[in-house]
Design a protein around this ligand. Structure first.
Ligand SMILES: [Zn+2]
Length: 402
């Protein structure tokens, strides 16, 4: 292709008719079919490089592997110290002088699995599926992004694309959020490499918001045998509070509160002085999050001698289905049809870094990574034969989003 063609927008399915520059994206699927072994080698390498959020050296080692791949493709790579000890990887493709706003490819390198988990759930391929810790969430997605960029650069070397991979997504992106938001603000659209939804691989156009709270209770301790009446049990108070909190769940509105972890007390013969609970909140709108937060703050003790303290709040705002996101999805659906498959959209209760970009008003499509099952579960796996078409679609989306 000539230089002149490089600098022109390339037609996608939605404006394809009559243009001689229509990308032969069907060719991309076939081509990636031939390169599938190469892709799977990379997925395998990354899965074997265990990278739990809590282990910054391990996350940074995985980051280095991906940084080298990006540099081979001509990206300008920054290994950020920002984003905490598990710093963010930023790989910029394209020519700085190109004035098109970049597309953001957003993902993460950390997994929920501790180092050593490979012994229990080893990398293996069987019946067209590949298994291993983090393979679906989201090491395959990271490899898909780099493979897609290889295709995109062949037709449009100048196109600005930022690949941003954090190292603390699985614990809420507390350290990387600021950088993600800063980069997202300059971008035309955000494509999130999280796993697709369901066996058909739907893209995610809406996600619930996620709140994280801790309720701490102080009671009055006493000896349960000698002086039971003087005690005011924080554990008993907690049991009552759990019911009050759970009663705020409203499934019709998509609002759920899960008291997922509790603790308290010291010994069975001591009336407990302290107890606590970690609460996960899911909501579909910011207004709902604010209402629930107020109600949690207004909780009152049943035992007047106990005291409550609530910490936390909304961590990820809901990713609402905006007009910009709907347009992106329509475009993706048309491209998928050209590739020969039907693309569905879905809403999910899970949060991702896409919640941050969407809340900033950046059109965001999520679930653009691999198809599989068992994210965060021991049967975590991807469907290998879905990689060529999914990656071709990702590449076509990057190449045609203007
Ligand atoms: Zn993930």
């Amino acid at each position: 292709m000539t230089k002149m063609q490089h600098s022109r927008p390339i037609s996608g399915a939605s404006q394809a008719s009559g243009s001689k520059e229509v990308i032969k994206i069907r060719g991309w699927v076939e081509r990636l079919g031939h390169e599938l072994d190469e892709m799977m080698k990379r997925v395998s390498a990354l899965v074997r490089q265990e990278s739990p959020t809590s282990h910054s050296d391990a996350v940074n080692a995985a980051r280095e592997t991906v940084a080298k791949w990006a540099e081979e493709l001509g990206a300008r790579v920054t290994r950020h110290a920002r984003g905490g000890s598990r710093g963010v990887l930023e790989a910029r493709f394209g020519t700085p002088k190109d004035e098109r706003r970049p597309v953001l490819l957003l993902g993460h390198l950390d997994t929920v699995w501790p180092v050593g988990m490979l012994a229990r759930m080893p990398w293996r391929v069987a019946d067209g599926w590949a298994y291993g810790p983090g393979v679906l969430d989201m090491k395959a997605g990271v490899v898909m992004a780099l493979t897609a960029m290889k295709l995109v650069r062949e037709v449009d070397t100048d196109r600005p694309v930022v690949l941003l991979l954090s190292g603390d997504e699985e614990t809420g992106s507390h350290d990387s959020r600021e950088l993600i938001e800063e980069v997202a603000k300059e971008c035309r659209a955000a494509f999130v490499l999280e796993p697709a939804q369901g066996p058909q691989g739907a893209y995610k156009t809406a996600r619930k918001g996620v709140g994280q709270f801790r309720l701490e209770i102080r009671g009055v301790p006493s000896h349960s045998g000698v002086d039971f009446g003087a005690g005011h049990s924080a554990v008993r108070e907690l049991a009552w509070q759990i019911e009050q909190i759970s009663a705020l769940t409203d499934l019709d509105r998509g609002t759920t509160l899960n008291v997922g972890v509790v603790g308290g007390g010291t010994q069975s013969n001591v009336v407990a002085a302290e107890a606590w609970a970690d609460i996960d909140l899911r909501v579909t709108t910011v207004a709902e999050a604010e209402m629930i937060t107020r109600r949690l703050q207004a909780l009152e003790t049943r035992d007047a001698q106990c005291t409550l303290r609530l910490a936390g709040g909304l961590n990820r705002p809901p990713m609402e289905r905006t007009e910009g996101t709907a347009k992106l999805f329509a475009h993706a659906k048309a491209l998928a049809a050209q590739l020969g498959f039907a693309l569905e959209e879905a809403a999910t209760g899970g949060g991702s870094d896409g919640n941050f970009t969407s809340a900033l008003g950046v059109p965001t499509l999520d679930g653009m990574g691999a198809i599989g099952v068992g994210a965060h579960a021991e049967n975590e796996s991807i469907r290998i034969d879905s990689l060529p078409s999914r990656t071709a679609l990702l590449a076509a989306m990057i190449a045609t989003t203007v």
